[in-house]
Design a protein around this ligand. Structure first.
Ligand code: ADP
Length: 639
């Protein structure tokens, strides 16, 4: 501050050592006024400048005291010998620990009274002007800046020295021509005015400025004093305030400002008041604790303390309406600090969360009932699973019992049956003596029934072994043609007896083919299929054709010209004890287990039995078995 005041160009200033009268420093204005360089002045004493004797100086100082003047009047000597009457304002100043004296010197010789007054004014204004945050400039009669403060220069983005002498049209966007300034000049110098304009700063940017122009007369000349305010910040602040006001008024949720001093509402918006059954006017000035019943006020006060301590808090609580009802509310409260950073007020955002709370309760209900449903359903399922498991265990158990029963019964039956068959054979061969015709007929019936029963028992045994996975297979490399021929020759007699034409065809492609299988079981299957074919074909032919089917599969196809089987029975003839008699003699009747056994065996051998048949078109039963291939060999060896 000292430097700023001291370095100004227009007021002569000294710093003097009061003890010795030595001039410690003088400013540029002093150099100009006295005509001595600053260096020279600093070697001088103030008594050398004052034209009065020390006694006269003392006399003037006493006079000033009695007249209660702050200023002294002295004649001062200039370098060129001239003497000027000056007015001196003096006072103590402490600089770098030294107690010194400052002196402001105003030349009175030329300007006399008016000037003196102006100068007095000037010194006061100087201090104000330099302190001011607003830009201040004085436009002289030639329309140029004759004086300005630092703020003014800063607003223009220039040095203080550079703005002296500038014309308004060089920076003012509104008064941007000399003519505009000249046109306005008479008005400006007669009437104070406030206007907004934009300034072009040194760097080309624009600045919003409010100018307060006051006409001022200096030494009979009309001048204009401009007080200039940077509006950028105020504009932004105004804009913000305007926006905040709009938000505040129209917000759908509650907004309020509460004093930190006495916890009263400073402002509330319509939503805040109405949600609580008040008008905004009724709430302003009321304590915020009016929104809580007495027993809740202590806990509300606790929240308030936390907010002031932390500066911010978000919490859920309940607010009471004027009519005594209450509702859940989400509060977000932040303190607003004053210029010193102390909390001055609290801004409250209040959101009615009744809907959300209701939804939460509803959701809880739904959740609870869902949980209940899930629990009940799970129980039901668990029960069903237990029942099924039990049933399954029972089934497995029953099946096991059945198989065991069949196996043991079959063994029990086979022994006596073999005796019956054996002894009836002996009797028929008359080893025990001659047999009459009628006796022979009856013996043959015994023998036949015995054999049938034995076949049945053998089949049942086979099937129960297959089902229980107890059948022991004897694996071997088998040539498909060979096994087919064996089965074929076994059936030749019965076909011949029935007069059915029999054909075997083995594909050349199978000459070197090998199947890894149990040849006895393959024969059993083929015999069963061929036996059925011959049995159910009264006239016509039966063919066994062996060929390569799908890649890696050998097909043994037994085709007859018999009655055929309707499609809907294709599956169940493979079941146990299913027979469709086609009017056969009792002796020709099978056990009803042949196809079930054949399919079961084929599956055990890694193959299948398929059927193509329709009534009147004969039937083709095909046994498919996997061919032994190189890759199959590998996987065999890997076993
Ligand atoms: P079965 O001991 O009765 O022959 P299968 O299981 O071998 O028992 O056959 C079941 C039934 O399938 C037979 O009773 C018959 O109705 C029918 N069936 C089997 N093969 C033929 C075929 N080649 N032609 C017509 N029907 C057949």
């Amino acid at each position: 501050m000292y430097r700023e005041i001291f370095e100004n160009r227009h007021v002569v200033m000294f710093i003097i050592d009061p003890a010795t009268g030595e001039i410690v420093d003088a400013n540029a204005a002093a150099e100009r006024f006295y005509g001595w360089s600053r260096e020279t002045l600093r070697t001088m004493r103030i008594t050398e400048i004052n034209a009065l004797s020390p006694a006269e100086v003392q006399a003037e100082m006493d006079r000033a005291r009695t007249e209660r003047r702050k200023q002294f009047y002295f004649p001062h000597r200039l370098a060129d010998g001239r003497v000027r009457n000056v007015e001196v304002y003096s006072g103590p100043v402490e600089i770098d620990g030294r107690s010194l004296l400052y002196s402001f010197v105003f030349d009175m010789t030329e300007r006399e009274d008016v000037q003196r007054e102006l100068a007095t004014e000037a010194i006061k204004r100087r201090v104000l002007v330099e302190q001011a945050r607003d830009g201040i400039c004085l436009i002289g009669p030639d329309r140029s800046v004759i004086e300005a403060n630092r703020s003014f220069a800063e607003m223009l983005g220039r040095e203080l020295d550079d703005v002296i002498g500038m014309h308004p049209w060089e920076w003012d966007a509104r008064l941007d021509t000399r003519e505009a300034v000249l046109d306005l000049w008479p008005e400006m110098t007669h009437e104070a005015a406030i206007f907004e304009t934009q300034w072009r700063r040194a760097d080309g940017t624009l600045l919003d400025v409010e100018v307060s122009a006051t006409p001022i007369e200096i030494a009979g000349e009309r001048c204009v004093m401009n007080m200039c305010r940077d509006m950028t910040r105020r504009k932004a602040a105004e804009e913000r305030a305007r926006r905040w006001e709009r938000v505040f008024d129209t917000a759908e949720f509650g907004l309020a400002r509460v004093s930190t001093e006495d916890d009263t509402f400073l402002e509330v918006n319509r939503a805040f008041a109405e949600e609580r059954g008040y008008t905004p006017g009724e709430l302003v000035g009321q304590s915020l604790f009016a929104l809580y019943p007495p027993e809740r006020r202590e806990s509300a006060a606790k929240h308030v303390r936390t907010i002031d301590k932390r500066g911010h808090l978000r919490f859920e609580t309940e607010h009471w309406r004027k009519d005594g009802t209450s509702f859940p509310v989400l509060l977000e409260v932040a303190t607003v600090p004053d210029a010193q950073g102390r909390p001055e007020s609290r801004v409250v955002y209040a959101i009615d969360i009744s809907d959300r709370k209701a939804a939460e309760v509803e959701l809880q209900h739904v959740n609870a009932s869902l949980e209940e449903q899930v629990r009940a359903r799970t129980e039901e399922l668990e029960r069903a699973v237990t029942e099924l498991t039990d049933a399954n265990a029972q089934l497995v158990e029953a099946n096991e019992v059945k198989s065991r029963f069949l196996r043991s019964m079959s063994h029990e039956l086979r022994t006596p049956l073999n005796s019956i068959i054996g002894f009836s054979d002996m009797l028929l061969r008359e080893l025990a003596g001659p047999v009459e015709d009628e006796q022979r007929r009856q013996l043959e019936m015994i023998n036949h029934s015995g054999r049938h029963l034995l076949a049945l028992i053998n089949d049942v045994l086979d099937l129960s072994r297959i089902e229980a996975d107890r059948l022991v297979l004897e694996w071997d490399d088998v040539a498909p043609g060979a096994v087919a021929r064996e089965a074929f020759s076994a059936i030749v007699p019965s076909a011949a007896e029935k007069g059915v034409e029999l054909t075997l065809a083995v594909g050349d492609e199978l000459d070197d083919a090998v199947i890894r299988t149990d040849s006895r079981r393959v024969r059993q299957i083929l015999l069963n299929l061929l036996g059925n074919a011959v049995k159910f074909t009264s006239e016509g032919s039966v063919t066994l054709e062996v060929r390569r089917a799908a890649p890696g599969m050998v097909a043994f196809a037994v085709t007859d010209t018999g009655p055929g089987i309707p499609v809907e029975r294709h599956e169940d003839i493979f079941g146990e004890f299913t027979q469709h008699e086609h009017g056969l003699d009792p002796e020709e009747r099978g056990t009803g287990l042949g196809l079930a056994i054949s399919r079961g065996l084929a599956v055990l051998l890694g193959g299948a039995v398929t059927l193509r048949s329709a009534p009147g078109e004969g039937s083709t039963f095909t046994l498919l078995l996997p061919e032994r291939t190189a890759s199959a060999e590998e996987s065999d060896e890997n076993r």
